[in-house]
Design a protein around this ligand. Structure first.
Ligand SMILES: [Zn+2]
Length: 254
């Protein structure tokens, strides 16, 4: 079984296989009010040579029995039931702040880092920060003119045709969940919680925007510069060859 995975240390995309993924299940005291539980420690090493970072996740979940027929007849054992995860915590890396492309403005960078840091404590606060980060990104990346600025929904509609439809849908989700976190005061009698895991998904979308918009743009600019350089060199070589040809011809004429 392989699955797509993005290293939280370096942002590198890769595929998790048994080469870089290890899962280990253990027992947990079962006499609490939570009943029978097991813990799964999942550790992953990044295949990117420049990173080789370690990521460790811990899941505490209920158990399910699995029938087993041995040589001495049938017996039953239990295994962790990942459809019944009660707690999940990322143990490593501790602060999951990804290194950002250099062209991301400081204001956006700080908001992103705050969203990451607060996500373990308050999903709603993190969702609100992620939403603020999204607004900063949209304004900055698409250079929304001052007179069009105001409400995030309107700013997004203004650039809709420049956004990938898949991303567009995710962005709308982030905006809606972020609104729940940002407008807490309007709904004092109606608390809608955002779990740290849900907040993490919103933050991952922000990280995707950094990668797909800022980093990709930087890469295109770099590539364009390299192509221009090649072009200048070729044109110079052509010019030199022409000059050389001319002098040879002139040489013959002499
Ligand atoms: Zn990595």
């Amino acid at each position: 079984m392989s699955q797509n995975w993005r290293c939280p240390n370096c942002g590198y995309f890769s595929t998790l296989t048994k080469e870089n993924l290890l899962m280990s299940d253990g027992f947990i005291n079962s006499r609490s009010k939570h009943g029978a539980l097991k813990v799964r420690i999942t550790s992953m090493n990044c295949p990117n040579d420049e990173c080789r970072g370690l990521t460790v996740d811990m899941h505490i979940a209920g158990v399910k029995s699995v029938g087993h027929v041995g040589p001495s007849g049938g017996s039953s054992t239990t295994e962790i039931n990942m459809e019944d995860v009660r707690w999940h915590k990322r143990l490593l890396p501790e602060a999951r702040v990804m290194p950002l492309p250099a062209s991301v403005p400081d204001e956006i960078r700080i908001t992103y880092e705050e969203a990451v840091l607060i996500s373990e404590i308050s999903g709603r606060a993190a969702a609100a920060m992620a939403r603020r980060c999204l607004q900063g990104i949209v304004r900055n990346f698409f250079n929304i003119p001052q007179e069009k600025r105001g409400n995030l929904g309107a700013e997004l509609s203004f650039v809709k045709d420049r956004i990938d439809p898949d991303l567009w849908e995710d962005i709308q989700t982030l905006r809606s969940v972020g609104d729940i976190g940002a407008h807490m005061d309007k709904n004092v009698d109606q608390i809608i919680d955002v779990s740290p895991q849900e907040a993490r998904s919103l933050i991952e979308l922000i990280e995707t925007l950094f990668a797909e918009w800022y980093a990709a743009k930087e890469k295109r600019a770099k590539n364009k510069e390299a192509l221009q350089q090649i072009f200048r060199e070729k044109r110079q070589a052509q010019k030199d060859a022409k000059e050389a040809g001319k002098s040879t011809v002139e040489g013959i004429e002499e």
